[in-house]
Ligand binder design. Sequence first.
Ligand code: TXA
Ligand code: MG
Length: 337
Amino acid sequence: MPKIKPALFRPTPANLTRLANQLRRGGIVGVPAETVYGLAANALDATACARIFKAKGRPANDPLIVHLARAADIGNVALTNPAAERLAEAFWPGPLTLVLPKKPCVPDLVTSGRNTVAVRVPAHPVFRRLIKACGFPLAAPSANPFGYISPTCAAHVRDSLGNTELRAILDGGDCTIGVESTILDLSDPAHPRLLRPGGLALEKIESVLQQKVLGPKKSGKLTLGSSAPAPGMLPQHYSPHTPVRLHPALSLKNIQRIPANEAIVLLLRPRQKTLLTPNVFWLSEAGQLASIARNLFGQLRQLDQGAWLKIHVELPTSNEGLAPAIRDRLTRAAAKV
Ligand code: TXA
Ligand code: MG
């Protein structure tokens, strides 16, 4: 059966109006964020949001992030607090999602029946223009089939969500950050907790809060059916079909032992000419974490389409900046359940 592919729309005023109308009628639309592409629907319309879960094959116990055009709208969907307001002031629009007590207007489907809602104001101007044109908030998870690598350009969405109900993708170019937002649980403002490392470094959050942030709760074994403290944070996620092997550091000797039909992804361009073989790839010129994050998902996706038997990836070891987010995504990509 030929694959039905959704169409790409450039962010012209006419297209924004057209896509906002589709969303108003309960449709789903692929949208660009600075982090990864999202699959959006009217966050206040449960029937529309059900289409997101269906298109992604996402389990109902994995709640969605609600996206707002401006921080001032937060009170429409969540109960805010002074810590949340300080963070919003410092980092919105940007790659920070706050989990706060929800307002009744947010459907249970969006929050998977929780009494909290995840909210953020995305930095991508095209995404915010679309939310403004809609006049309602947009729920959007990453626009990948559940468990697969997140999309960082419109073509990724088109290629992996074909043959679903999705018909339209707003093309806002390549994502500038390349990993998802950092999720912070502020439902108990005295005890902020990191639920997912992401595009905003934890140390920046701690410096604004002037407080240490707790790590994710250890919840034993997370399974698809369970309701975990950080739902969606399954050990396996973001996974290519090709097996991924991680290496804290790849020495020249280690690399040369890897067979030619297995791909090797280094963090930076190798200096030794002997390493410039067709199975060696790199994520940055000189180890800049921002480039590594930006290129990570696209590189994994591209290699997954090749005939490689395995993908070996070098892991960043630092605890600063985007390194924990990159390590988190790679660890889940490599996990086998
Ligand atoms: O950068 C991003 O955050 C992207 C773009 C599109 O904004 N979105 C994204 O959504 O990564 P998604 O659905 O792939 O990841 C959202 C995560 C899930 O792990 C979900 O379980 C968690 O947020 N989440 C949502 N609502 C929550 C809540 N009320 N409490 C705890 N976790 C929540
Ligand atoms: Mg996701």
